[in-house]
Each structure stands twice: as structure tokens, then as C-alpha cells.
Write a protein that binds this ligand. Structure first.
Ligand SMILES: [Zn+2]
Length: 119
């Protein structure tokens, strides 16, 4: 029975975090100390892309459990990146989601700035 217990992998794009946002957060918060303000490999990026990957264990083609969730970020220029700790991901995810809302036009520039201050 090939359908039984088949598990599949998914990668979910969370959003972008800009390098100037990382450097301003690093000044006030130690949570992102491992993340270089600019890509430590090529030093040539304006932002990082944040991703979440996980496995969906499914039974009879019904996705049941999300497991082995891993968060990571990568440089759009050279694809350098590494796995994020939960704490780092939580911070970057908040920024990425606010950025996405702004890009979609659902919040204003001042709401973007206020949102970033609260992180
Ligand atoms: Zn790079």
C-alpha cells in the first residue's frame, strides 16, 4: 500500500527581511547576533529570504501531522544561509510578515515603522 504512511516535504516561503532592518534590530537586541547584517558570504544582498520547511505525515492522502519543522534564511544573491534557531525565526518572521503586508499595500509606511519598533 503505497498510500499508507506516505510523507511529503513542504517548503513555505515566509517573506523577506531587509539588511538595514537586521542591523537596526541588532543594535537593540541580541537575539540576532549570529546573523550578519550583510551576507557573510558575498556581502552583496539587500535582503534575506526566510523559509520554513516541514514534513507532512499523511495517511491515505490526508495530511495529518506537521513534523520536523526547520527554519532557515538565505541570501538571494548567492544562496548562502543557515538554519535558524526558534528565537531567531520568531523575530525574523514578524519582520517578514510586516514587510509582506506593506508590499501588498494593506498597511501604510507609518504602520510599517510602528510595527517594526514593537519587535
Ligand atoms: Zn550572499
Amino acid at each position: 500500500m503505497g498510500l499508507w504512511g506516505k510523507d511529503i516535504a513542504r517548503t513555505k516561503y515566509v517573506g523577506n527581511v531587509y539588511v538595514d532592518q537586521i542591523s537596526s534590530i541588532k543594535k537593540e537586541n541580541k537575539a540576532l547576533f549570529r546573523i550578519a547584517s550583510k551576507c557573510e558570504n558575498c556581502n552583496n544582498n539587500d535582503y534575506y529570504s526566510i523559509y520554513e520547511t516541514f514534513r507532512l505525515f499523511r495517511i491515505l492522502s490526508i495530511p495529518l501531522v506537521q513534523c520536523d519543522t526547520v527554519y532557515y534564511f538565505s541570501c538571494p544573491e548567492c544562496n548562502f544561509g543557515f538554519k535558524l534557531e526558534d528565537e531567531e525565526f520568531k523575530k525574523l518572521e514578524k519582520i517578514a510578515l510586516i514587510n509582506s503586508k506593506y508590499m501588498e499595500g494593506s498597511i501604510t509606511k507609518s504602520e510599517l515603522e510602528t510595527g517594526l519598533k514593537d519587535i
